[in-house]
Design a protein around this ligand. Structure first.
Ligand code: HEM
Length: 229
């Protein structure tokens, strides 16, 4: 049943899509910044550790201690929760608005994309929980010293722990697929609504996602192959 009661602007379909877009942009900015930061591992241990410590001191002395980091963390959490809530509401609404299920080819395609996004999102969420216990708290890391991020990263992706690299690779590929579809949808809505515009949106989304994945994957594979030690 389609609910017809008046909604707040945020809960209208356009409002929910705007929430998806704004939170998506925040998450993409984080992903790009984090990927570039990770590449500092190639500059050596002092440089990488210095960068990680600097992250904790941004804003000082105006903001005391790790305040900036916590503001960033809360912002990220709000973005993730907003993204999931808006995606869930939009998926429910699309399902409710679909009079006959799977009766048409395009609908099957649409629902396939929605399913991949949903399960991709769940995999990414599980990965982030593991990743925080691994490299932020150090609980699951062989070194596990939050003040030595370079040592944590090198210990994490050592050849003997190839399965960790495999898990990270799968998660990063999931991020890539998720990003490709999300970015494509956003660019298609914003750009020209023509086959040419759609092709261009598809290509930009693909190139961006491949570049991001490659940037992330460089670090574990550099450690695995001994390029970084
Ligand atoms: C090979 C790929 C990656 C490496 C080497 C890596 C490395 C790191 C390191 C070293 C930290 C701890 C920074 C510190 O506190 O000193 C960290 C934190 C974090 N990473 Fe990653 N990361 C990778 C991929 C990702 C991906 C794909 C995501 C998101 C989907 C992600 C999300 C986060 C988050 C949310 C934090 C916590 C930031 C904080 O609140 O302190 N990372 N990562």
């Amino acid at each position: 049943m389609v609910v017809t009661s008046p909604r707040s602007p945020v809960r209208s379909t356009v409002g929910l899509k705007a929430v998806m877009a704004v939170t998506g942009i925040v998450l993409v900015l984080f992903l790009v910044a984090h990927m570039l930061g990770n590449l500092k591992v190639f500059a050596g241990q002092p440089s990488f550790d210095h960068y990680a410590h600097w992250l904790r001191e941004i804003g000082a002395p105006i903001l005391p201690g790790v305040w900036f980091l916590w503001i960033l963390r809360v912002g990220l959490l709000v973005a993730v929760l907003g993204h999931i809530a808006a995606a869930t509401a939009l998926a429910r609404r699309a399902r409710a608005a679909r009079p006959v299920r799977y009766a048409h080819r395009r609908k099957v395609r649409g629902s396939y994309a929605a399913r991949t996004m949903r399960w991709g999102g769940v995999i990414i969420l599980l990965f982030v929980v593991y990743h925080l216990l691994d490299l932020t708290t150090g609980t699951l890391n062989p070194v596990g010293d939050p003040s030595r991020p370079y040592a944590n990263v090198v210990a994490d992706f050592a050849p003997a722990r190839w399965y960790v690299t495999l898990f990270y690779t799968l998660a990063i590929v999931a991020v890539g697929f998720h990003l490709r579809h999300g970015l494509f949808s956003a660019l298609r809505s914003l750009g020209q609504q023509t086959p040419r515009g759609e092709r261009r949106a598809r290509l930009v989304a693909l190139l961006f996602s491949v570049a991001l994945c490659a940037g992330y994957l460089m670090v574990p594979f550099a450690v695995l192959t001994g390029l970084v030690d």
